[in-house]
Design a protein around this ligand. Structure first.
Ligand SMILES: Nc1ncnc2c1ncn2[C@@H]1O[C@H](COP(=O)(O)OP(=O)(O)OP(=O)(O)O)[C@@H](O)[C@H]1O
Ligand SMILES: [Mg+2]
Length: 356
């Protein structure tokens, strides 16, 4: 009997349906977000009576159900009516107006996109969309490199709701006044989940993903506690998966505290988003931090300027904040030193691309 043979025989899987732990798996219900979903629905509601809808900026920290809530609502809308077309777009994956319009064509099943420019394609799309009402969702909208498509939609699509999602509410402030006044955005904050909500969500997922009763209670408690500390359900789900894999590797029939502890230890390797997706200047700053890890933010800014970096300190600070929230770096406030309060900036380890 080969080594693998025995491994396969000895390990009955602890997983029932591991797909339920995937980041883009859409649960049947999104608990604790009813209020937010209802609010989004009221912005869409005018479309049901042939009027135009309201536009919303959804903001909040990573991994707290912003995307899931909107995608869920879109699914319900699709089941409900043919008169309103929901179009979900991810601006991290498609970060230019041209890429987005191609994506919209694909969603509308229009295939003759070859050799056509953005404007030409928009003309075609417009004819199709203006027969009905449309809800656009631009997820991770701060990654969008040009706003042409938003202009075109605002000017040329008659009955619409535009939903923008970002981790950075401040992004809206950077918008050109003309686009800002046309958008007239309503703000909708998604707050972090509390510990009880995190527990509810994770137990819900476990029911789908794992064979019943493989989780020891104290192991699950630890997973919930860690996830509540991190305030990020996405990280919580990867902890569950990792712990399940570790328990399976040691041919255990139960997932124990030591599995979840080992998964937590590995967590510092897991980054949510890839450095490749950063803008040039952000990459430049990340490189700088890599070479100067542990320095004060003010000193980093000096080095940045010496190396030809552009912009004022406030902009630099915002970029540091951005890198920190995406977990490329960590920042720590230091009080009471000779310089008063300052921020220490540290580089975090390289992203493992295969881990997301
Ligand atoms: N209330 C919930 N019920 C069930 N699953 C949830 C809930 N909230 C979040 N999740 C799950 O957590 C993961 C992260 O959620 P989601 O992708 O919606 O985060 P997000 O707020 O859009 O984060 P980001 O800003 O990083 O894009 C997903 O797998 C999602 O299904
Ligand atoms: Mg999201």
């Amino acid at each position: 009997m080969s080594l693998f043979d025995s491994m396969l025989k000895s390990s009955e899987s602890l997983f029932q349906d591991p797909v339920a732990l995937d980041f883009d798996f859409l649960p049947k219900v999104i608990p604790y977000r009813e209020k937010e979903q209802r609010y989004i629905a009221t912005c869409i509601k005018p479309l049901m009576s042939q009027r135009t809808g309201k536009n919303i900026l959804i903001h909040g920290t990573p991994g707290i159900g912003k995307t899931a809530a909107v995608r869920h609502l879109f699914k319900e809308l699709e089941d409900e009516t043919d008169e309103i077309i929901p179009i979900y777009l991810n601006c991290w994956q498609k970060n230019t107006s041209f890429k987005l319009i191609i994506e919209i064509c694909e969603k509308l099943d229009y295939k003759f996109t070859h050799n056509k420019k953005t404007e030409e394609l928009f003309e075609i799309v417009k004819q199709m969309l203006n027969r009905k009402s449309v809800v656009f969702c631009f997820d991770e909208v701060d990654k969008l490199e040009d706003l042409d498509i938003l202009y075109m939609i605002l000017e040329q699509i008659y009955r619409k709701t535009i939903i923008l999602i970002t981790n950075y509410k401040e992004w809206a402030v950077t918008l050109d006044e003309r686009i800002r006044s046309r958008l007239a955005l309503e703000l909708l904050e998604f707050r972090s989940y509390n510990a009880a909500e995190i527990k509810g969500i994770m137990e819900g997922r476990i029911k789908y993903a794992f064979v019943p009763e493989v989780w020891q209670e104290d192991a699950l408690d630890l997973a919930v506690k860690k996830t509540a500390d991190l305030r990020d359900v996405r990280l919580g789900l990867s902890l569950l998966r990792e712990a399940g894999n570790l328990a399976e590797d040691r041919a255990s029939k139960k997932i124990e505290v030591k599995d979840i502890q080992a998964a937590i230890d590995k967590l510092s390797d897991v980054k949510i988003k890839s450095p490749e997706a950063l803008k040039e200047d952000e990459q430049h700053i990340l490189e700088l931090i890599k070479d100067n890890s542990g320095k004060k933010i003010g000193d980093l800014f000096t080095v940045y300027k010496e190396k030809g970096g552009e912009g004022v300190y406030k902009t630099f600070q915002r970029k540091i904040d951005f890198l920190s929230r995406n977990k490329f770096i960590s920042t720590k406030k230091q009080t009471g030193g000779p310089d008063g309060t300052t921020t220490i900036v540290k580089y975090e380890r390289e992203t493992k691309l295969d881990e997301f």
